[in-house]
Design a protein around this ligand. Structure first.
Ligand SMILES: NC(=O)c1ccc[n+]([C@@H]2O[C@H](COP(=O)([O-])OP(=O)(O)OC[C@H]3O[C@@H](n4cnc5c(N)ncnc54)[C@H](OP(=O)(O)O)[C@@H]3O)[C@@H](O)[C@H]2O)c1
Length: 220
């Protein structure tokens, strides 16, 4: 039974990933700051009080998961705030860097000892992190933080290839969640299914690919 660890699993896309993995028989470990009734209903292992930006919490996570062999690590937790030239906040930009870029890298490093040859690491990024695909501007902190996450993903793909660990850099689509205030083109369960299909397809040959969850390869 594969073991899947998912951050930001209390709501949104992370919760639906957890639900789907549980349904298909995986052993799921949900990581979150605080659980939710919907997560509790899944009756899976939940590790609470893990803020991905706090190193002491990540040290604790490493201890709590000591000895657990992880087949799939999904770095899903993220935040979105809106900065424009006329509504700019360096603090908000910094916070998005901390959560969206440093967070997934720090979680991955904290759990490196739990990964084995054949394990997979998924980074849930956004096509808004693509520089080539930026046709509308704005969203400074989100775009910059996700571009930084993509850069981290490319390095992780190289560094982990020698351990036969593959890395996927995945855009989930425009998804109706709290992050988008309920707007979007698809629901979180469909996004989760698409993301899992990409993760299942991932191999060491395709490591480091920047994919839309619908299967198209995205430009950097
Ligand atoms: N929705 C979209 O259209 C869309 C598009 C492209 C990419 N994405 C990406 O998909 C991922 C999931 O987004 P979503 O739409 O499901 O958003 P969401 O509903 O807002 O959920 C975000 C999740 O991240 C967690 N989180 C935020 N800050 C955290 C921190 N410091 N430490 C630990 N957990 C933290 C939240 O936990 P709390 O409940 O504790 O805040 C929540 O579980 C994100 O990385 C997002 O950037 C989403």
């Amino acid at each position: 039974m594969p073991t899947v660890v998912i951050t930001g699993a209390n709501r949104g896309i992370g919760l639906e990933l957890a639900r789907l993995c549980k349904q298909r028989g995986d052993q799921v470990i949900a990581i979150c700051r605080h659980g939710s009734p919907a997560l509790k209903d899944l009756e899976i292992r939940v590790e609470e009080h893990i803020d991905v930006t706090e190193q002491p919490a990540l040290d604790q996570l490493r201890e709590r998961l000591s000895g657990v062999s992880i087949d799939i690590l999904i770095n899903n937790a993220g935040i979105l705030t809106d900065e424009s030239l006329t509504n700019f906040s360096a603090d908000r930009v910094r916070r998005q860097f901390e959560v969206n870029a440093l967070g997934p890298l720090s979680v991955t490093i904290a759990l490196l000892a739990n990964l084995r040859p054949g394990s997979k690491v998924a980074l849930i990024t956004s096509r808004m992190g693509s520089i080539a695909d930026n046709t509308s501007g704005g969203r400074y902190g989100y775009r910059m933080s996700k571009a930084a996450l993509n850069a981290a993903g490319a390095s992780l793909a190289y560094d982990l290839a020698e351990h036969k660990i593959a890395v996927a850099i995945l855009h989930p689509g425009f998804v109706r969640t709290e992050m988008t205030n309920g707007s979007g083109l698809i629901d979180a369960d469909e996004a989760a299914a698409n993301l899992l299909a990409r993760i299942d397809d991932l191999s060491i040959r395709s490591t480091g690919t920047f994919w839309h969850a619908d299967g198209q390869v995205l430009p950097w």
